[in-house]
Design a protein around this ligand. Structure first.
Ligand code: AKB
Length: 332
């Protein structure tokens, strides 16, 4: 009853404010669940999902869908005008591991798509932009533990370089053209609905699929590699919350640190074994180990907590329980 009331209020509010959303890269890991959450909040007709190809997840049959290449400047503009878009969530990107295999394309996709969208906001065709950054903006000289909001940033991956450059562009467009752009630095995101693709933190999703299907997993990172992680529900809530914060509350216009938990493959294994005692893991580190070694172990997110009230809700135990319960009913 209460949820129904909130749902009706959200629809009414979005009708009054006439928010019309375009998600670029909607079929990826975060985009898929973000699309569903935005449909609930704003009404499916007010959310336009787009990607280079359509996924068969049923969330994409609820809303209008456009085939859209994130590097296609004219294509994005046409779509924005056709649907009278107010807010763009630009989720398309090549992640850390894939970007190392194709640096030039990664730069082109990750940078040009952002500039296309920022320019549409500069030209007042759209009102608000969400653009995701990543913990990959930090490098080997950044403090490893509780990495602060403002610190040394020397990313060594193409992905990290593109995200740090993107952050600088976001702040530049805000300062010089008044573009209302908002961003957060995602840690590794763990979810059971859509699989990630091409990231260094992907092991923390793959491990659950393999644990349930085969009782064993070969991890591409060493057992003691500590990385910041977050459950999808927290990541989606952070995304929607920062977009709905008052403009004056969003004081950082590059990108905000956000955090939930940090763990190693070994610690995750112990938690999984609590629920699946037959699970075993072995380790065969590959080129992704060097990427992980250049990233923080944990993140200080007090600036986001102070500015727009951010806090995470899922710890490692809650994540493992959600993942195993949900994947057991979908995979088995
Ligand atoms: C990756 O591993 O590349 C991403 C990220 C941390 O941004 N998940």
């Amino acid at each position: 009853m209460r949820n129904r009331f909130i749902y009706i209020c959200n629809h009414f509010l979005s009708f009054l404010m006439s928010t019309k959303i375009l998600i670029i890269g909607a079929c990826g890991q975060i985009g898929t669940e973000l699309t569903a959450a935005l449909q609930t909040r704003y009404g499916a007709a007010n959310v336009i999902a787009s990607d280079i190809r359509k996924s068969d997840d049923k969330v994409f049959s609820e809303s209008p869908f456009e085939i859209l290449d994130a590097t296609d400047k004219l294509g994005i503009k046409t779509c924005v005008e056709k649907h009278q878009i107010t807010d763009v969530y630009l989720m398309a990107a090549l992640l850390s591991a894939t970007a190392e295999k194709n640096p030039e394309f990664a730069w082109e996709l990750n940078m040009n798509s952002l500039l296309h969208v920022l320019n549409l906001a500069k030209d007042k065709l759209i009102e608000k932009v969400f653009w995701p950054s990543s913990i990959a903006v930090f490098g080997k000289n950044s403090p490893k533990k509780q990495t602060p909001q403002h610190t040394i940033m020397d990313p060594s991956t193409v992905y990290g370089i593109s995200k740090l450059s993107g952050e600088r562009w976001c702040e530049y467009y805000y300062e010089n053209y008044g573009v209302d752009v908002r961003s957060i630095r995602y840690p590794g995101i763990i979810s059971w609905k859509a699989q990630p693709g091409g990231g260094t933190t992907d092991y923390a999703v793959e491990i659950f699929h393999e644990a349930i299907k085969n009782d064993s997993y070969t991890c591409f990172l060493k057992e003691n590699t500590m990385l910041p992680m977050m459950f999808m529900d927290d990541a989606v809530r952070a995304t929607i919350d920062i977009m709905n914060a008052e403009s004056t509350e969003v004081k950082v216009r590059s990108s905000y640190n956000i955090a939930a938990t940090s763990f190693t493959p070994k610690e995750l294994t112990v938690e999984i074994q609590e629920l699946l005692p037959n699970f075993t893991i072995n380790y065969e580190p590959d080129f992704r180990q060097a990427i992980a070694d250049s990233w923080p172990e944990s993140i200080d997110d007090t600036t986001a907590a102070n500015d727009w009230n951010w806090s995470a809700t899922f710890d490692i135990k809650a994540i493992v329980s959600e993942m195993i319960t949900n994947l057991k009913s979908t995979l088995v």
